[in-house]
Design a protein around this ligand. Structure first.
Ligand SMILES: C[S@@+](CC[C@H](N)C(=O)[O-])C[C@H]1O[C@@H](n2cnc3c(N)ncnc32)[C@H](O)[C@@H]1O
Length: 271
């Protein structure tokens, strides 16, 4: 993926600085209104521009597709590239969980023209399976679980699968915790840089939501295509313990009614 070309052609998708402008085409706002989801309007336009510019010999891969809003955005007007969505269909912490049938319906409606593949399961498990993708990943969008370990692993597990030059988008990246994890990862792994940050004010921010950061990966000569032993240990812990624990917590939280505070009693002023 020619990442320099991507950044030089942002004006095809945005009439001015994307931090403060809406996309050129209203289709992204329409899509956000039609398909439930969390990826904000400007991020949808960014993902699509990246997919448009990605070479055919590479693929787009997204972790956390849910109802498919961002996934189908990437595919719009792109019929000659391959798209992978990885989704575990677990309980949701906000915005409502989706089923496989929900995602399939969205794909059928908005991406029937595209070469799409859904991989069901935990991305930290499936992405280390041989043959999970059949070509290098040129564009990667991580919109999966948001813990520190998950964000570290989001980069670690994809690194061996990335094209020699690749564009990596991370959702909700405005959160200081996520930025710290990325800073630490980039400091400890060669070939990575933070290329752009489009920060958001949270779920109410229709333009950028929780923010989108763009990282660039350029594979250094001789870089291994395997996880380091420390990252492999982290991955195993995530798959066996942290991931299931997070799902169980979300499942319980989904069943517990929100705590309603009792009306405060007015205290008589002290004499
Ligand atoms: C924030 S939502 C994704 C929203 C979607 N990209 C959109 O634009 O609306 C996060 C999704 O990640 C999925 N998820 C959580 N943990 C996962 C994992 N380990 N592997 C794959 N998907 C996961 C959840 O089921 C959820 O649907």
């Amino acid at each position: 993926m020619d990442t320099t070309k991507f950044f030089s052609r942002l004006d095809e998708a945005f009439p001015a600085d994307p931090r403060s402008a809406e996309p050129v085409h209203p289709q992204w706002a329409d899509l956000a209104a039609e398909v439930p989801g969390t990826t904000a309007v400007n991020a949808l336009a960014m993902l699509n521009l990246a997919a448009q510019l990605m070479p055919e010999a590479e693929c787009y891969l997204e972790v956390g597709a849910r109802w498919g809003r961002s996934f189908v955005a990437a595919t719009q007007d792109v019929s000659d590239k391959r798209f992978y969505a990885l989704e575990s269909f677990g309980p949701a912490d906000h915005g409502g969980a989706a089923t496989r049938a929900d995602l399939d319906r969205t794909i059928e409606r908005y991406a029937a023209h595209a070469d799409t593949h859904v991989v069901e399961g935990d991305s930290f498990r499936t992405l280390t399976r041989p043959g999970v993708v059949d070509r290098p990943v040129g564009v990667y969008y991580y919109d999966g679980p948001a813990s520190g370990t998950a964000h570290h692993l989001a980069l670690a597990v994809i690194e061996p699968l990335l094209a020699d030059e690749a564009l990596v988008f991370v959702a909700d990246a405005t959160r200081p915790k996520i930025q710290q994890v990325h800073g630490d990862y980039l400091a400890g792994h060669r070939g990575w840089s933070l290329a752009a940050r489009w920060d958001g004010r949270g779920v109410e921010d229709t333009r950028w939501g929780g923010g989108l950061h763009a990282l660039v990966y350029r594979r250094p000569p001789g870089a291994p295509r395997t996880l380091s032993p420390a990252d492999e240990r982290r991955r195993r812990l995530q798959v066996a313990v942290r991931g299931p624990l997070g799902s169980a917590t979300r499942r319980v939280a989904g069943k517990v009614p929100p705590i309603v505070s009792a009306p405060r009693r007015r205290l008589a002023p002290l004499a």
